[in-house]
Write a protein that binds this ligand. Structure first.
Ligand SMILES: Cc1cc2nc3c(=O)[nH]c(=O)nc-3n(C[C@H](O)[C@H](O)[C@H](O)COP(=O)(O)OP(=O)(O)OC[C@H]3O[C@@H](n4cnc5c(N)ncnc54)[C@H](O)[C@@H]3O)c2cc1C
Ligand code: SF4
Length: 523
């Protein structure tokens, strides 16, 4: 193989894991190759079109997966430089300290991580600084201890959300500001890159003001002459030496040809589903069940959270533009009435008629989709699903992805929905419509439960778990494959359990942790 195709490190995938790792390794001067199957998201007005993004799925992959029953799945996932962080809502949470230990749920056990919160804490702080997280510590009592305050103040609530926050507080809850990665300066709006618009969650940012992995990690990494990025470079397979202990070739399909690259260290970060598929596709004589899969865990324990979007309609309109600022974790570990974890309540970006059309919800009598969207508070509820070995990624004979998933641990989620319904009924009456509105707000409230379907793989994780025991995990505590000396995984695959907050900050923090390990190894 020509030496110009040999690198110190190859990183496959440029999302939360791979992009952040590239940023961490770039200053080392080591030759680093980033391989990304997608291209740059084009900057165009459609970035902010809910019709193009949500209704037409303009930026979604057109790849077709299958469910276990053979049904086609059109996954809601995005293949671009920066990965899914180009589209995420940038709610950047730490897992709770307790999430690193074993937790008993209604549906079973959420297993402990092989590292403690304290090991990851310094990297959470670094990741928050790198991704410009805006927030306020300890407003939320479940917030884990942190070694530094947030570097940026919390993103303020708009009046309707502030009112709801006040209502929740009056009811004895501890509502808090969502930690958000946006390049927003509310003190100096004229100079602020972020304009606080209504097309953030789910959309790429037209003005490059979202804290995504391309803007904050990949682009700065590429300023180092030792870092190279190949886009539209799909990694189809990893090959090993005869002993099976080392990856010797990274096979890439690019512009209609097949190329091979090699590196002293190969890191896959294709997202939890694609990384598992890549290892499974890379089976060989020494790894008959898939690369690094002597334990048979690769592809198993797929988790994606139990998520719902709930719209609370009221007679009063909800004029909020940037809605995703408020959250409640009072039910995260349970409640007085229910001893098991229930989950996390927050918001999605403000829904509009176009977006609702894509989900085709039941229309409340007398309402149009546009009107519903103007009058709704749009909640996002997350509960933990548990790692079930039968919930898994496999590949068919052609190497295509098959996703098998049976929801579990749903009772806590159902109770979380009930808790929210109860809270919404206790809001203060509104000043505009007086008693009439107060009645209407609740009497005419309609809650449309929309469990996110299987194709909603936004929070995918857990398919190549890390751990101490090679019998039950594929990766060691440094996220290196137990069975392959130069293979690492830094996307969401490594999670042994998923908690109930959004996963991206944990992926980023872990990538920085693995980055430190690799810098040591490469010295
Ligand atoms: C609409 C939406 C909203 C979200 N909101 C939030 C939020 O508010 N907060 C939060 O924490 N999380 C959120 N998430 C989830 C978050 O984006 C993901 O958890 C995170 O991006 C996962 O990081 P990753 O590194 O595992 O994978 P990704 O970010 O998906 O990166 C994987 C990369 O690998 C590339 N790739 C895949 N296969 C190959 C291959 N074979 N060869 C080469 N390249 C490959 C992909 O193109 C991609 O760039 C959201 C996700 C979505 C879709
Ligand atoms: S301008 Fe701000 S709110 Fe709008 S998409 Fe960009 S980061 Fe999000």
């Amino acid at each position: 193989m020509a030496s110009d195709r040999h690198y110190d490190v190859i990183i496959i995938g440029t999302g939360a894991g791979g992009g952040t790792l590239a940023y961490a390794l770039a200053p080392s001067g080591k030759r680093i190759l980033l391989l990304e199957r997608g291209d740059y998201v084009p900057r165009e007005k459609d970035n902010w079109s809910t019709k193009a993004v949500n209704l037409e799925g303009k930026y979604n992959t057109k790849e077709v997966w299958r469910a276990a029953d053979g049904q086609e799945l059109h996954p809601h996932t995005n293949y671009w430089v920066g990965g899914n962080t180009k589209f995420y809502g940038a709610a950047l949470f730490r897992l709770r300290q307790e999430d690193f230990g074993e937790i008993k749920h209604w549906g079973g056990i959420s297993p402990a991580w092989p590292i403690s919160y304290e090991v990851l804490e310094p990297y959470y702080t670094q990741a928050e600084q790198l991704y410009h997280v805006h927030g306020r510590r300890r407003e939320d009592p479940t917030d884990p201890p942190a070694s530094a305050p947030y570097s940026h103040p919390p993103v303020s609530h708009e009046p309707r959300i502030q009112q709801l926050s006040d209502d929740f507080a009056r009811l004895g809850l501890k509502p808090f500001h969502v930690p958000l990665g946006v390049l927003l300066d509310e003190q100096d709006p004229r100079k602020s890159r972020c304009i606080r618009c209504d097309t953030c969650d789910g959309h790429p940012c037209l003005v490059s003001a979202k804290s995504d992995a391309q803007i904050l990690c990949v682009d700065p990494a590429l300023e180092h002459p030792n870092v190279t990025l190949l886009t539209r470079a799909y990694v189809s397979r990893l090959e090993t030496n005869p002993s099976g202990r080392e990856v010797t070739k990274v096979i890439v399909e690019r512009e209609g040809t097949t190329e091979a690259y090699s590196a002293d260290i190969v890191v896959t970060s294709c997202g939890a589903i694609n990384s598992a598929a890549l290892l499974l596709r890379s089976a060989n004589d020494k790894h008959p069940r898939g690369l690094a899969n002597g334990s048979d865990v690769v592809g198993r324990h797929y988790m994606g959270h139990v998520n719902s979007v709930l719209m609370a309609l009221s007679k009063c309109p909800n004029p909020t533009v940037f809605q995703k600022t408020l959250a409640v974790n009072d039910f995260y570990f349970g409640s007085k009435e229910w001893e098991f974890p229930m989950g996390h309540i927050s918001f999605v970006g403000k829904l509009d008629g176009q977006t609702l059309r894509a989900g085709a919800p039941a229309i409340a009598p007398g309402w149009t989709l546009e009107l519903m969207a103007k009058h709704s508070l749009d909640f996002w509820l997350t509960s933990e699903d548990l790692p079930d070995p039968n919930n898994r990624v496999t590949v068919d004979r052609e190497g295509n992805i098959v996703l098998t998933y049976q929801p579990n641990n749903e009772e806590g989620h159902t109770r979380l929905i009930e808790a929210l319904k109860g809270l919404m009924k206790q809001q203060t009456r509104c000043a505009v419509h007086g008693h009439e509105c107060h009645e209407g707000l609740f009497a005419r409230s309609l809650y449309l439960g929309q469990r996110i379907p299987l194709a909603g793989v936004a929070h995918q994780n857990g398919t190549i778990r890390f751990g101490w025991d090679p019998q039950t995990s594929a990766l060691d505590v440094n996220c290196r494959a137990h069975e392959v000396d130069n293979l690492y995984v830094v996307d969401a695959s490594f999670f042994p359990s998923s908690g109930a907050v959004n996963p991206a900050l944990t992926i980023m923090a872990n990538a920085l942790r693995v980055g430190d390990h690799l810098l040591e190894r490469l010295r």
